[in-house]
Structures are given as C-alpha cells and as structure tokens.
Design a protein around this ligand. Structure first.
Ligand SMILES: Nc1ncnc2c1ncn2[C@@H]1O[C@H](COP(=O)(O)OP(=O)(O)OP(=O)(O)O)[C@@H](O)[C@H]1O
Ligand SMILES: [Mg+2]
Length: 246
C-alpha cells in the first residue's frame, strides 16, 4: 500500500484550474523533488494534500484511509507535515516554543507533555543550527532563520510525509547544498517520505531526489526517476528551457 495516493485531483479557483486531474503515489521514505514554473500548481497540490483545500474532484488517500475532506489539524496527527512558502510563525513566542508546537500537533499529539515537546524542539533546533536563537522571539529572526525554524518545526511533527514548500528559498547556494544533505539524511534515518521544491537549484535537486515530478499548468507533466526525468525533453522545455535568474 502506498503511503499517499492522489486519485484524479482537480482543484479550481473560480474558472481557474489550479490542479488538473493529478494522480500520484508516494511510498514510505521516498525522496521526491517537485518542480514547475510559477503558478503551475505546486503549492495548491501541497494544500490539497495537507488539507488546506478540499479538491472539487478526486480523492486523497493516506495509509489506505480516505482523508479528502479532513481538515489540516486532523491530518497532521496522521503524519502529514509541511513547511510554508511564506512562514507565519507565532512572532512573539520563542523559537523553541514555535518548534515545540510542531511536536504537540504532529504524530506525537496527545502523547507528549509540554516539557517533552520542548526537548524534541531543542533536538531539531540544534540540528538546523539555530541553538543560539532558541530563546529569541520568532519575529526577530531573519527570513532565512525563519525558514530554518520552519524546517525544525516540521521535523518536530515527526511526520511520515513531509511537504517542503520552498523551504530553502533565499538561502545561499552553499547553505542550500548543506541543508539538502541534512534533510536527506533525516528523511532516510527517520523513514520520512519528503516532497521538496529545491528552488530552481538543479544540482541540489539531483542530489536529493530519487524521483522528480514536473508540474505544468496544473497538470503532472512528468513523474519519473530523477535521471530519466532530467533527460525528458518535456522537462527541458518547461523547466530548463525557461528564463531563470539562477
Ligand atoms: N487561493 C487562491 N485563490 C485564487 N487563485 C489561486 C489561489 N491559490 C493559487 N491560485 C492560483 O492557482 C494557480 C496555481 O498556483 P500555485 O500557488 O499552486 O502555483 P505554484 O506552482 O506554487 O507557483 P510558485 O512557484 O509561484 O509558488 C495560479 O494561477 C494561482 O494564481
Ligand atoms: Mg508555490
């Protein structure tokens, strides 16, 4: 049984089809890269998987259970974690408290005390290298530090599936390389299936992903092992061929 199965998902906003008849499967522990131009439906797909939106058509199956209409707060305890393209931390709470919230509302929800959540938070804060900031108010962090805090919070959820939405945007390329290696290591060690957008940095994507999904105008254009996806002419047209600032 797949960890996650999307069956013919369509999500519209008025007349706009943001996700168009997308089906896909994700197995436990898989490392997947998702790419596609701006507006191609990546974030909307994440929102359908995490429960921010219910699709107009199709089903979301997680570990064999139909979760199509469950709200996000009921999906997180099942093991669906994510980072947000635009982090919205609790600004006046400390970094440590923000990360501990992940532990409290993830798969350990109801199973850990506040103190245990804070210990879990400390572990992941140290792993992402934010230990010097852990007692600072989250609102005082730089955008890059906020992204690192998001990653720590998502990992503290102890997810089975982690959706990373531009979690490393704005970081220096060498920092992205290191972060990608770190996330891959955590994913392998903790058997987390990870879907990540590595923000137009192909080298990092190739180092991370076993499989690449290419989105184009809401549809899934390619879904193949990394080497095969990269040599697909459709990907070269849509992804490598388009103008880019990198
Ligand atoms: N809440 C919304 N209301 C209306 N339209 C939306 C909404 N969210 C997304 N869209 C539209 O749906 C389409 C897909 O957007 P989405 O944010 O999923 O793309 P994306 O691939 O994540 O893009 P980017 O690379 O810029 O983050 C776009 O045309 C976008 O304008
Ligand atoms: Mg997006």
């Amino acid at each position: 049984m797949a960890l996650l199965e999307l069956e013919n998902i369509t999500k519209r906003f008025g007349g706009l089809v943001a996700v168009n008849d997308v089906s896909l499967q994700i197995e436990a522990g898989e490392l997947i890269g998702i790419v596609g131009p701006n507006g191609s439906g990546k974030t909307t797909l994440y929102n359908v998987i995490s429960g921010v939106y219910s699709p107009e058509e199709g089903r979301v199956i997680f570990q064999g259970k139909d979760i199509t209409n469950l709200p996000p707060y009921r999906r997180a305890p099942l093991g669906i974690g994510r980072t947000f393209q635009i982090p919205r931390p609790f600004k006046s709470a400390s970094v440590r408290e923000n990360v501990a919230i992940g532990a409290m509302f993830g798969t350990l929800s109801g199973k850990v005390s506040v103190d245990e959540s804070l210990e879990i938070a400390d572990h992941y804060i140290e792993l992402v290298g934010l230990q010097a900031y852990k007692d600072k108010a989250a609102g005082t962090l730089t955008p890059t530090e906020k992204k690192l805090m998001e990653i720590a919070r998502a990992l503290a959820m102890k997810p089975k599936l982690l959706l990373m939405d531009e979690a490393m945007a704005g970081m220096h390329p060498s920092d992205i390389d290191n972060m990608v290696k770190f996330i891959k290591k955590v994913g392998v060690e903790e058997n987390i299936a990870i879907v990540s957008m590595v923000e137009h940095i192909m080298r990092a994507m190739v180092g991370f992903a076993q499989r690449i999904i290419v989105m184009h105008r809401g549809a899934k254009l390619v879904d193949a092992p990394t080497a095969e996806a990269l040599s697909d002419p459709k990907v070269i047209d849509v992804y490598l061929g388009r103008p880019s600032g990198d």
